[in-house]
Design a protein around this ligand. Structure first.
Ligand code: GLN
Ligand code: ZN
Length: 783
């Protein structure tokens, strides 16, 4: 049984794991971009940031988070992982010259902080990748045998002091050491097989110094985010990870409680598991957080109860990753069950399941949402109220519980939530609706239909989104131009894009997607069952935000969505024009999805709408159709045991969307990542005729996996990295193509960029595509 002394300040009865950092009007975005653009000083940026932190403290106090340590201090200028890395000295050696001090081992200044995050010239930035199963991207720390972990900066401690000076005792929130190392990658100069986790002891020593600095600044509690512990998909096996976690936290908990804050280890995005909970319970940390929205209640037997004695369990009962109003009755029932399982010796506090930075600030900022829908929603500020109501309980918070009950009942019965026709169509599906004619037969028909050269060239869909296009959209929104004028502008752009591709000599053309603000929102705006917000921005990475749509009801398609644009493009050329759709999984992944039915069912509803769209495109004469699924891997469950089921329903939804296509119709798909090997079974299962996938950025590392898998259909490993303005030379592309050809063979190889071109400028796009076509011709000549 752990015998830790009771912390001086008990854990707050109600708290949240984190709050949006970007500001209610994206103030941080604007301040960052103005600083990057040289239009304001570092001083201006720090003043804006301090103002945002002060605003957050006041908002959360006003919302009722009044207990000491209830308000998190989780500010980061760019990303919380990079914020931890930069304070702990984990700064790649290629940026050492930017560090303070004669020996360049000190902190980065603000400009240097962003240089590492964003890169400069030949100095590649830290890699960016998705944070657990969310659409937030963190910067991947680079750790090698020589990385010197040492507390070199005091941002997190300063934020605590700032709060205390403002009269608010906050709880600093930092990424925990296990998660830090599991999310890190081996530095470029590390020896083969080096695992960042092997540096845990040294990192923990730096964390000890960090904790001391928090205590010195006056923090009573610190939150260490260890969401990595919910996953079992790391390279290291789980027993090893848990043993490492146990050792690390035992070391940190052994620091005198006068010299460190009480330790709250939070975990989000899935179930922590009895094994990890038991490991943490043995360490003497003072509080452990559980995601009870995504994960189930832990089994707590007598042994675990004894090990937990004196440790606070922090029950994540309010969904931090979605926007629905909490069913307070159901959440309270979970809380009661946890309390009785944990017993009297284990206090249980209430929290959100994740940080709230995945959701917008407040529903009161959405005057254009239908009032009824708004009453079903809960954004960050509303979730604070829910946490407080749950902590108070159904008697003290009777009116909140009653209101939540009324909203739940209203939502359940509301028109549009369950549409009988949609349900019937799903219920009547048979296996045949998910299958096309076998590839071997349909490819014969396709080869006869599409007279394509060897190594056909194409692009991923979008062409550069110019200022004029964005302005036209803004003008339409403000009513400054008519719908007809807008259509004319888009058609003119489509004309230019078709003309350009014709001149370049590309084989399969696209219309360029000028009419789309966003590849998901565009479809959300044209489907029933979705709503879009006005101010619902959430951070995606750095200063970039997205505004996810809200998928609230049964999905159906009131009218064709893309056919007019595609057939207009088709009318301008004799070359084939590829229709362009966003797949069901990606539409779900980048929206806030309903939580009242299985995702698989919602995915199939979206799939049926897309199936109808494909039929309409075929009728309009579009016989090559791409269905993008860049998010297929993003939703992959963090628990291995859940992955097969996910891959099954996600693949089925894609097949449902595409299986109505005629044999002659060539279905393409596009995936945005290079982890081909990880999801090869699923990619194969999609049964698309042609698959394009990122490869150039990752230097064609996927070729062996493609070759080894025996993947038998068309494949376009990207030969041009569109993530930077750099123009690849024709020789470079020819080299990549030669390698690809050797791996996958002439019959299967397509030539395309890594991804869509919408973020690029025209000059570099034209030059790069010229080289792409030139390189292809050179390689073809040698066949
Ligand atoms: N068709 C989309 C485009 O080209 C695909 C974007 C993506 O993969 N994220 O923009
Ligand atoms: Zn892509």
């Amino acid at each position: 049984m752990s015998q830790q002394p009771q912390p001086t300040t008990p854990f707050p009865a109600a708290t949240i794991l984190g709050y949006p950092r970007i500001g209610p009007r994206r103030e941080l975005k604007r301040a960052l971009e103005s600083f990057w653009g040289g239009r304001s000083s570092a001083e201006d940026l720090t003043v804006t940031a301090a103002g945002l932190r002060e605003g957050t403290r006041r908002r959360l106090q006003a919302a009722g988070l009044s207990e000491p340590a209830a308000i998190p201090a989780d500010f980061a200028y760019y990303d919380q992982v990079w914020s931890a890395a930069s304070q702990l000295g984990a700064i790649p050696s290629r940026f050492a010259h930017l560090r303070a001090g004669d020996s360049h081992t000190g902190a980065l200044d603000l400009a240097g902080h962003f240089t590492v995050a964003r890169g400069a010239g030949d100095l590649a930035p830290l890699e960016m990748t998705k944070w657990f199963d969310t659409n937030y991207h963190y910067l991947v720390p680079e750790v090698g045998p020589d990385t010197e972990f040492a507390l070199v900066a005091s941002d997190s401690a300063d934020a605590v002091a700032e709060g205390i000076a403002a009269g608010v005792a906050q709880r600093p929130v930092v990424v925990g050491p296990l998660t830090f190392l599991l999310l890190a990658k081996a530095a470029d100069d590390a020896p083969e097989g080096f695992a960042p986790l092997s540096r845990l002891d040294d990192l923990v020593a730096a964390y000890a110094a960090w904790l001391r600095s928090f205590a010195a600044a006056g923090a009573q509690w610190v939150q260490l985010d260890e969401s990595a512990l919910v996953s079992d998909t790391w390279d290291a096996d789980r027993a090893e990870v848990l043993a490492a976690a146990e050792e690390a936290y035992a070391t940190l908990a052994a620091i005198e409680t006068t010299e460190r804050p009480a330790l709250f280890v939070s975990t989000s995005y899935d179930t922590l598991g009895r094994d990890a909970l038991a490991a943490l319970a043995r360490t003497g940390v003072e509080a452990i957080g559980l995601d009870l929205v995504k994960g189930g209640l832990p089994e707590i037997d007598a042994d675990l109860r004894a090990a937990l004695a004196g440790t606070t369990l922090v029950a994540g009962l309010v969904d931090g990753h979605n926007v629905w109003r909490t069913d307070l009755d159901a959440a309270h029932a979970k809380l009661t069950a946890l309390r009785s399982a944990a017993g009297d010796g284990v206090p249980v506090a209430v929290s959100t399941s994740t940080s709230l930075f995945h959701v917008p600030h407040t529903t009161t900022d959405e005057p254009d949402l239908p009032e009824q829908l708004r009453s079903w929603l809960s954004f960050a500020d509303e979730k604070v109220g829910e946490v407080l109501a749950l902590a108070a309980g159904p008697e003290a918070a009777a009116s909140e519980f009653a209101a939540a009950r009324a909203a739940r009942d209203d939502r359940e019965a509301a028109a549009g939530v369950h549409v009988p026709a949609v349900g019937e169509r799903l219920a009547n599906l048979t296996d045949a609706d998910f299958d096309r004619t076998p590839y071997a037969s349909r490819v014969v028909v396709q080869d006869q239909t599409w007279d394509l050269p060897a190594l056909p060239t194409t692009t991923i869909g979008s062409f550069p989104q110019t200022t004029e296009l964005r302005q036209a959209r803004a003008k339409l929104r403000k009513g400054e131009i008519t719908e007809a004028e807008y259509t004319d502008e888009m058609r003119a752009e489509i004309g230019r894009v078709i003309e350009l591709q014709t001149q370049l000599g590309i084989d399969v053309l696209v219309h360029g997607e000028p009419e789309r603000n966003d590849m998901v929102q565009y479809f959300a705006e044209h489907l029933d069952g979705f709503a879009v917000t006005q101010n619902g921005w959430v951070q995606s990475y750095g200063s970039r935000c997205t505004r996810p749509s809200i998928l609230w009801g049964d999905v159906s398609r009131p009218a064709p969505i893309t056919t007019e644009w595609s057939s207009y493009a088709d009318s301008l050329t004799d070359a084939p024009v590829k229709g362009m759709l966003t797949g069901p999984v990606t539409i779900l992944a980048w929206s806030f999805v309903r939580d009242d039915q299985p995702l698989a069912e919602t995915a199939n509803q979206v799939a049926l709408a897309l199936r109808d769209e494909i039929a309409d495109l075929e009728t309009a004469g579009i016989g090559i159709i791409q269905v993008d699924e860049p998010a297929l891997r993003e939703l992959l469950p963090l628990r291995e045991a859940a992955q097969a089921d996910y891959l099954d329903w996600s693949v089925r939804s894609f097949r449902l969307a595409t299986a109505g296509a005629a044999d002659a119709t060539q279905i393409h798909t596009h995936l945005c990542y290079s982890e081909f090997g990880e999801v090869i079974g699923a990619i194969d299962g999609l049964d698309a005729d042609v698959t394009s996938i990122e490869a150039a950025r990752s230097k064609m590392e996927i070729l062996p996996a493609i070759a080894g898998s025996g993947f038998g259909r068309g494949i376009g490993p990207g030969v041009y990295d569109i993530h930077s303005p750099r123009v690849p030379s024709a020789e470079e592309i020819e080299g990549l193509l030669t390698a690809a050809l050797a791996s996958v063979g002439e019959r299967k190889l397509w030539v395309n960029p890594d991804c869509g071109l919408k973020t690029r400028g025209y000059a570099e796009t034209v030059a790069s595509l010229e080289h792409l076509v030139g390189a292809t011709k050179a390689v073809r000549a040698r066949l």
